[in-house]
Ligand binder design. Structure first.
Ligand SMILES: Nc1ncnc2c1ncn2[C@@H]1O[C@H](COP(=O)(O)OP(=O)(O)OP(=O)(O)O)[C@@H](O)[C@H]1O
Length: 334
């Protein structure tokens, strides 16, 4: 589902939320100047129960600050936040039972303990009853292939294995809301696919509401029908991914390996932007499907391999600034 809903259905709700940090910086040899960083600057949105939404933006845009306010770690400087009907900064402990958090860059697992011992600690922390714990653990072990890893100390796990371990830990207490901060960062293609498949299953079967922060537009494309773009603490866009590409007129790239070196191919709907030996890069509008292009190429040339590259989030956003924004999808920046 794309778009926002009325307040009653909202599972995550932000109304004119602000976060201002007071920072001191050096101004001369002895003097320090106080100044303010407006990390989140009047953001409003609502996410209905069971929706999986992408929350993207360039570095320093205010994504982590928003997530910290949604967990109750940070108190907003202004505005109103509600998650599952709870004010996170007032009732952080109560909220903790209802939410799960995964930070891709940090682990919440115990470094020296085998994975299964970390899970036992999580069980005690959340006081998860035995039957429910056994059921949830079995499900995560099965879907995330954790069986062979349960006896391995976390420090010996690869990044992809550790990430799967972290995601399971965040879900053992059946949270209704899941915040994922870069859950696929640094993972190889196979691990990314496994994580995405698992998140899709959890969302579909448990109805978990998911807020996903990522720099990988493929995560968004494969998981979220709705994406919100934040920049300089403001919500710049709230709508479908294809609408975002249309606004930014961004391009995806089809990387094609031919059987042999060829001159730059000429094909409808795309333009060749680079040739290197038998490999060619074809740019096409990001909002368009790659399927007709692939079919056309496959019918005319001997192909060995193909892959589609998404534009970088920074490029999409840079293009958004230089394009007029259609009213139905964009949130006006006052
Ligand atoms: N505790 C803090 N004190 C002062 N400034 C802060 C603090 N936390 C964040 N900021 C500033 O607030 C702004 C938003 O930071 P935030 O970490 O929310 O961005 P982000 O979108 O998560 O970035 P990234 O993608 O790099 O993680 C930045 O300018 C950052 O320097």
């Amino acid at each position: 589902m794309v778009g926002t809903v009325d307040g009653n259905d909202a599972h995550i709700e932000l109304d004119a939320v602000e976060k201002v940090f007071d920072v001191r910086r050096k101004a001369g040899r002895w003097r320090r100047e106080r100044h303010q960083v407006r990390a989140v600057d009047g953001i409003s949105f609502s996410v209905p129960r069971g929706e999986m939404v992408g929350y993207i933006g360039p570095n320093g845009a205010g994504k982590s600050t928003t997530i910290k306010m949604l967990t109750g770690i940070l108190m907003p400087s202004g505005g109103r936040v509600r998650v599952a009907g709870i004010d996170p900064s007032r009732d952080r402990t109560k909220l903790a039972r209802r939410i799960g958090v995964v930070f891709g860059q940090r682990t919440t697992l115990w470094w020296d303990l085998p994975l299964k011992d970390s899970y036992q600690l999580v069980r005690r922390m959340y006081r998860i009853e035995d039957v429910r714990y056994a059921k949830n653990l079995a499900r995560c072990v099965d879907l995330l292939d954790l069986g062979p890893l349960l006896d391995v100390p976390v420090r010996q796990l690869s990044l992809g294995q550790r990430m799967r371990g972290d995601i399971a830990a965040a879900l053992l207490h059946d949270p209704e809301v899941l915040y994922l901060d870069e859950p696929t960062i640094g993972l190889d293609v196979v691990s990314k696919a496994k994580v995405r498949e698992f998140l899709r299953t959890v969302n579909a079967e448990q109805g978990t509401t998911v807020l996903l922060t990522t720099h990988d537009l493929t995560d968004i494309e494969q998981l979220c029908e709705r994406v919100m773009v934040i920049d300089h603490g403001r919500l710049m866009y709230d709508g479908g991914l294809s609408g975002l590409h249309a606004v930014g007129e961004s391009e995806r790239t089809l990387v094609v390996d031919f059987e042999r070196e060829l001159p730059a191919v000429v094909v409808a709907g795309a333009r060749c932007v680079k040739v290197e030996g038998p490999r060619q890069w074809l740019a096409f509008p990001a909002a368009a499907s790659a399927a007709p292009l692939v079919a056309d190429l496959a019918a005319r040339y001997p192909l060995v391999d193909l892959s589609v590259r998404e534009p970088a989030i920074e490029d999409v956003i840079a293009r958004m600034y230089s394009s007029p924004v259609p009213a139905q999808t964009a949130v006006p920046a006052e």
